[in-house]
Design a protein around this ligand. Structure first.
Ligand code: GUN
Ligand code: ZN
Length: 443
């Protein structure tokens, strides 16, 4: 039997092969192949099987890329991040609303400048790739230039990326606000330019309810009706003062989520970041509308926002992905983000197993972004985005890895002790775009 392929890769592989409704199902769909063979055809996955079963398919054994000793997993999916906030990560002392005023808005003011936007886009994408993240849902700033720069850079790398310009028309400094009509026109132009361009997609990005007038939300709704296959990306129920503020700004609505829901901004491609303080009705509304949430543990802890309830999220059947939320989040590393998620679980007596954690960071995140038919596992026909992990790079990791009894313990050690040092290489669309100890090939 002959198979068409352009690249053969040998190594250990781990993925979760199906979307699940409860974490109890995860072990049934976890696939670990200690000595495996991945075949790619251009940017697509042809097959993943054991070396023994697949080696007869190889036309030329000498051309196999040998990653033995490494663990290869699907590329990480970051479901919530702000690229302009890269330069103010680790800003001291404030909780959400003061943090926005004091640190975030001044930094975001710089992105009217195409050169600054281009420089920071390149830096940001390098951070993602060197941390093994191959797809992200990204906030720009209010300036269209910010998004043009990011999409241009991601396009050159062949990354699957979803992004949008912030829409906001009140409760922010004048230098960052716009009229609803300007916001509509500029967003429309960006959608026409970038949505479905290669692997890029557009997300309508009203910052959050407090910076949105009813007129602006009406424009977002109009855009969603005109471009129904775009995404919707915003914040929801992150901080108690924020929630009270929303209630005072929108007294006719039945709570925070109801503001978005009444403008028909809930749905299968809607992603709400944080969702820490939801009531029962809000969880039910997220489920009923097929909306997704982004769990951002390092940000939620850093800003003192609260503890995301993963158990309720499963029970309510709400789609969830992991978000780093840089720059309120304190790392680009999905491994560190999973380690912090585990601790958030501990504080609520929820045991986040490694299998579940890696699911959220890969296929679960892909599902939250409505991309699970394209990315998130090594299923044949999917796009070839993956990370080559060096499982033990320090003396401590080597010692701990050596005395781990099985793949579950190894994955748990990796998410607890791991970080960007553990990323040996990152592949996007069938190309190696970043490698440790040498600068990335394609940025
Ligand atoms: N809510 C509104 N804007 C932001 C932001 O930039 N970061 C976070 N964490 N929450 C927000
Ligand atoms: Zn955010």
């Amino acid at each position: 039997m002959s198979v068409t392929y352009t690249q053969a890769i040998r190594g250990s592989f781990f993925d979760i092969t199906a979307v699940v409704e409860t974490p109890l199902q995860l072990p049934d769909y976890a696939r670990y192949i200690e000595d495996g063979l991945l075949l790619l055809n251009g940017g697509d996955i042809v097959s993943l099987q054991s070396w023994e079963a697949g080696r007869h398919l190889l036309a030329d054994r000498s051309s196999v890329l040998d990653y033995r000793g490494k663990l290869i997993v699907p590329g990480f999916v970051d479901t919530h991040i702000h690229y302009p906030q890269t330069e103010m990560i680790a800003a001291y002392g404030e909780q959400l609303l003061e943090w926005l005023q004091q640190y975030t808005f001044p930094v975001e003011s710089q992105y009217h400048c195409p050169q600054h936007s281009a420089r920071m886009s390149a830096f940001f994408l390098h951070q993602l790739l060197s941390n093994g993240t191959t797809t992200a849902l990204v906030f720009g700033t209010v300036h269209p230039e910010s998004v043009d720069a990011l999409f241009s850079a991601a396009d050159r790398l062949g990354m699957r990326l979803i992004a949008g310009k912030v829409m906001m028309d009140r409760n922010a400094p004048d230098y960052l606000t716009e009229t609803p009509e300007q916001s509509y026109q500029q967003t429309r132009e960006l959608i026409e330019r970038w949505h479905n361009h290669g692997r890029l997609s557009y997300a309508l990005t009203p910052r959050f309810a407090p910076t949105s007038s009813p007129e602006l939300l009406g424009k977002v709704q109009q855009l969603k009706e005109e471009y129904p296959d775009t995404w919707l990306h915003t914040h929801l129920s992150e901080n108690p003062q924020e929630i009270e503020w929303v209630k005072s700004l929108f007294p006719d609505h039945n709570g925070y989520l109801d503001v978005y829901h009444q403008y028909q901004l809930t749905g299968r491609r809607s992603v709400f970041a944080h969702c820490i303080h939801l009531d029962e009705e809000e969880w039910d509304c997220l489920h009923a509308t097929g909306s997704a949430v982004a769990f951002c543990p390092t940000s939620n802890l850093f800003l003192g926002s609260g503890l995301f309830n993963l158990k309720t999220c499963w029970e309510k059947g709400v789609k969830m992905g992991m978000g780093t939320d840089v720059g309120a989040g304190t790392t680009f590393s999905m491994l560190q983000t999973l380690g912090e998620a585990y601790k958030v679980g501990q504080l609520q007596r929820y045991r986040l197993a490694a299998c579940e954690a890696f699911y959220h960071a890969t296929l679960g995140g892909a599902r939250a972004l409505d991309l699970d038919s394209r990315i998130g596992s090594f299923t044949a026909g999917k796009e070839a985005d993956f990370v080559v992990l060096d499982p033990a790079v320090s003396a401590l990791q080597q010692m701990r890895f050596a005395n781990s009894k099985d793949i579950w313990e190894k994955l748990f050690v990796l998410m607890t002790l791991g970080d960007d040092r553990n990323i040996a290489a990152t592949w996007v669309n069938g190309q190696c775009v970043w490698q440790a100890r040498s600068e990335e090939k394609a940025a």
